[in-house]
Design a protein around this ligand. Structure first.
Ligand SMILES: [Mg+2]
Ligand SMILES: [Zn+2]
Length: 195
């Protein structure tokens, strides 16, 4: 025996998660990418909605495609600064995030993490011992829905961000809701019925 014994511990309380796309769900979507900290703007009601998920014991995991890095429009450092600004803002709102996963690649890279590939979700499921069958992906794009489906996670499509355009192209099953607070209300209602 040369290797240590690894013992995995489930996330305290509950291994269920809510995966959140970032741009268009948590913060305002910018069609030509979010490139500056000054352009970060939380969407209405996001702080209270995410606190409700915390109160329900859900792990919150941000999963964000940032091809703006792979296209060399900003550096990875700048993208991480913007992301940290967003997570700091959520922390000040009293939200507890479990983890973030950021894909810096472009489609041509063929990486396993850029949504609709499920790699960011499957990594989180493995790293954090989450239960996909009790988890939900909330996004504003069909690629979010597809990534959720491939990871074995149910999906909700919000109509903020790109959602109003994307909903017309939706091919996979997803619950369509107005926005993140609407998604959270639907989830919490369901959990209180099945609890
Ligand atoms: Mg989005
Ligand atoms: Zn990637």
């Amino acid at each position: 025996m040369t290797a240590p014994v690894r013992i995995d511990h489930a996330t305290p309380g509950s291994p269920a998660a809510v995966f959140l796309d970032r741009d268009g769900v948590v913060v305002t979507n910018h069609p030509a990418y979010l490139r500056r900290v000054a352009d970060v703007e939380l969407l209405p009601g996001v702080g209270p909605a995410l606190r409700r998920l915390n109160a329900a014991g859900r792990a919150l995991v941000l999963v964000t495609n940032q091809a703006v890095v792979g296209k060399h429009l900003i550096t990875l450092e700048q993208a991480l600064d913007i992301h940290r600004h967003i997570t700091d803002t959520l922390t000040r709102e009293g939200v507890m995030l479990t983890a973030s996963y950021l894909c810096p690649h472009v489609a041509a890279d063929g990486c396993p993490c850029r949504k609709p590939e499920p790699g960011m979700l499957t990594s989180a499921i493995r790293d954090l011992s989450l239960d996909p069958a009790r988890s939900t992906m909330i996004g504003d794009a069909c690629t979010d829905v597809e990534a959720g489906r491939r990871a074995g996670v149910e999906a909700m499509l919000v109509l903020t961000g790109r959602g109003r355009d994307e909903v017309t192209r939706l091919r996979a099953p997803a619950t369509v809701v107005e926005d993140l607070p609407g998604a959270v209300s639907a989830l919490v209602d369901r959990w209180s019925v099945t609890a």
